[in-house]
Design a protein around this ligand. Structure first.
Ligand code: ZN
Ligand code: ZN
Length: 465
């Protein structure tokens, strides 16, 4: 058996792993590095293409975040015989997100904001969709490859995190012994507002591929969901009471829907007025629809809850209409989460930031080079400190409230350590974390569980299992 990391290994980048299990070639996730453009963001599929010993039969997609699914059309272009397995909800999300990604790539090239050619076009995607195979949770299916010597079984387990997210159990026999490999995907072990916590398999597990996103984030284990939830509720209520407008920049898939559910809680508790208008926009609305349609067929904390059960208007497009919507006390839940230029949250922030009546609250991680991070830092320095939200507009004084609240869909590192203890694998391969995060995880696992072998392979490094 062989393992090779094909995505970036020293940063989060795109997730993509190659496994050869006695002749069956598997890709675990086909992610794109969201910070890179065009082919630079692709996983190292060339490693597979250039070696005649390597071969891919099946791809497994753990969930519909871009860093796990974004390169799937490219994989299906390069290896046209590959079948792409995913949960039914992920398939439905893919039908929305991949065409949107194709359109965005084309738009960037046409606008001149990217010199990269699009990796795929919207028209191609219909053909690939015949290669998607949706599966139910906890229902094993066979994925034995054409060159394989033993049968391989796979099963999906609920990974929490976002709608449709799964971890993958792979079972096969080797030298007369049953072997079990488990890949966590992105894992949320604790309940959010809509999506419950992960439900993973029982031990024994021989090899665990473990995500380590928050491995270097001590803050996340100190904060609790309850304090963040209360903190955000208070911050929003304060702004509304003084007649201001609230902007909550979100990722369109996952955080957006969770935040709408949270606002509903605030309204039900009487923390904010029932009739406060909520506005949403863009891709998030189509995704919310999938959340609602799948509520009886996917894990939920409350199957009766519907995102569209929370009254919300579509943010109007025109300048005058937007201005009108912003002029009344209201809540705007729009992308992008980091407020990148030429997104709706960026446009609204430019209009809200200079008045001390308003509030902009980050509910996701913000990269240091993002406008979201810049206004957060400026406001920390002092009211009126200038920050650039849009290059063309130039620096603006940040007078509104700006705060960050932690609502991660990822497990913090203590939860990951508990998972290690429970599954007690022979070996762990650390994936999906920056160097610092993986180092913390490796050191701690080796200290507390010295009998477990911990690997943190570089991209392209061949690991014999
Ligand atoms: Zn994810
Ligand atoms: Zn991820």
């Amino acid at each position: 058996m062989i393992y090779i990391a094909l995505g970036a290994s020293d940063e989060i980048g795109g997730s993509c792993h190659y496994l050869d299990i006695q002749g069956t070639g598997l890709l675990l996730d086909t992610g794109i590095d969201p910070e890179a453009d065009g082919i630079d963001g692709l996983p190292r599929l060339d490693i597979i293409e250039e070696n005649p010993d390597y071969w891919v039969d099946h791809a497994f997609i753990t969930h519909a975040h871009h860093d796990h699914i974004g390169a799937m059309p490219v994989v299906l272009q390069k290896f046209p015989h590959v079948i792409a397995h995913m949960s039914r909800a992920t398939e439905q999300l893919a039908e929305i997100l991949l065409p949107a990604s194709a359109r965005l790539q084309l738009r960037k090239q046409r606008e001149g904001t990217s010199s990269a050619d699009p990796l795929f076009y919207e028209e191609e995607l219909d053909v690939y969709s015949y290669l998607y195979r949706p599966h139910e949770l906890n229902t094993p299916f066979e994925v034995t490859g054409v060159r394989a010597s033993v049968p391989i079984r796979a099963s999906f387990y609920d990974a929490g995190h976002i709608l449709g997210a799964v971890g993958i159990l792979i079972e096969f026999e080797s030298d007369g012994e049953e072997r079990r490999y488990f890949y966590t995907g992105d894992t949320g072990m604790r309940a959010q507002t809509i999506i419950p916590g992960a439900v993973y398999p029982e031990p024994p597990i021989d090899v665990l591929l473990l995500e380590s996103t928050l491995g270097a984030d001590p803050e996340s284990e100190k904060t609790t969901r309850r304090t963040e939830e209360n903190g955000l509720g208070e911050a929003v209520a304060t702004v509304l009471r003084r007649g201001g407008t609230v902007l909550l920049p979100v990722f369109a898939l996952g955080r957006g829907q969770e935040i709408i559910a949270l606002i509903d809680r605030y309204k039900n508790r009487g923390l904010i007025p029932e009739d406060t208008p909520i506005y949403t926009a863009g891709l998030m609305r189509a995704i919310s629809d999938v959340y609602d349609k799948t509520r009886f067929s996917t894990p939920r904390l409350n199957q009766d809850f519907q995102v569209y059960g929370v009254p919300q208007g579509r943010l109007p497009r025109g300048q005058t209409a937007t201005k009108l919507a912003l002029s009344e006390p209201s809540i705007h839940v729009v992308g992008s989460g980091m407020m990148f230029e030429r997104t709706i949250s960026n446009r609204l922030a430019q209009q809200l930031v200079e008045s001390e009546k308003n509030g902009i609250f980050m509910v996701s991680y913000t990269r240091p080079d993002s406008p979201g991070h810049r206004i957060l830092e400026a406001r920390r320095t002092g009211k009126g400190t200038k920050a650039v939200i849009d290059e063309n507009k130039g620096p603006q004084p940040v007078r509104c409230d700006v705060e960050r609240f932690r609502f991660s869909g990822h497990s913090h590192r203590r939860d990951l350590m508990e998972l290690v203890e429970r599954l007690n694998p022979e070996r762990i391969i650390l994936v999906h974390g920056e160097t610092e995060a993986r180092t913390w995880m490796k050191n701690n696992i080796e200290y507390f569980y010295p009998e477990i072998e911990v690997l943190s392979p570089q991209t392209g490094q061949v690991v014999e299992l």
